[in-house]
Design a protein around this ligand. Structure first.
Ligand SMILES: [Zn+2]
Length: 199
């Protein structure tokens, strides 16, 4: 790889830092791009620039958005007193696709996983508690995966949030255990949301 011109080598390096992309795939992607017309490269570059310049984090729900508050938090038609807690933005977008959820969200930025060094203080849990107090929330839906870290987080949040006299529910187990919410289809997610149970 050292024989490549520096700009090619640099782009290969950049690609190989992406998850799931090894050096060989990075090389293939870069040479694919080199064979593209200049306009395509320009719009690719612009798309990257836009996620850097336009995307911010909504201070209420911690999701990525182009506005703060985001369109969901700012939507007066949505029930601001029901908060669905998810691990990552992709889970939020997956649940949104069902068109069935009337409330708002809170993105934790991960799940508790001591083996991976992720302790509760590294997640947006304080922000969640502050929000529940400020908005007088009536229900928190724990929209987390039913794998080990997901269950640990559900247990932790259930204990923590009990004192706030709110309904705490989790998604129904229509989701196969160990599965990732992000990849569940809309029908499964809709039934999981409807069949949520109180904790
Ligand atoms: Zn928001």
């Amino acid at each position: 790889m050292s024989n490549y011109p520096p700009s090619i080598k640099n782009l290969i390096d950049q690609f190989s830092h992406l998850p799931g992309i090894g050096p060989k795939t990075a090389e293939r992607l870069v040479f694919y791009l080199l064979n593209q017309p200049k306009e395509n490269l320009a719009s690719f570059g612009l798309a990257l620039e836009h996620i850097k310049d336009k995307i911010k984090v909504c201070r209420q729900c911690q999701n990525f958005a182009e506005t703060d508050p985001c369109l969901i938090c700012g939507d007066k038609k949505r029930n601001q007193k029901i908060i669905c807690v998810v691990a990552k933005p992709q889970d939020l977008f997956a649940l949104e696709k069902t068109n069935e959820y009337p409330g708002v969200y809170h993105v934790l930025g991960g799940v508790i996983d001591p083996l991976d060094g992720i302790t509760p203080d590294r997640l947006k849990i304080n922000e969640l508690v502050e929000r529940i107090k400020k908005d007088n929330s009536v229900e928190v839906i724990l929209g987390l995966n039913s794998d080990m870290p997901g269950e640990t987080t559900i247990l932790y949040l259930t204990k923590l949030l009990k004192q706030y006299k709110i309904k705490i529910t989790r998604l129904a187990q229509g989701l196969p255990s160990g599965s990732d919410l992000e990849y569940a289809d809309e029908v499964t997610l809709t039934s999981a949301l409807k069949g949520r149970r109180e904790l």
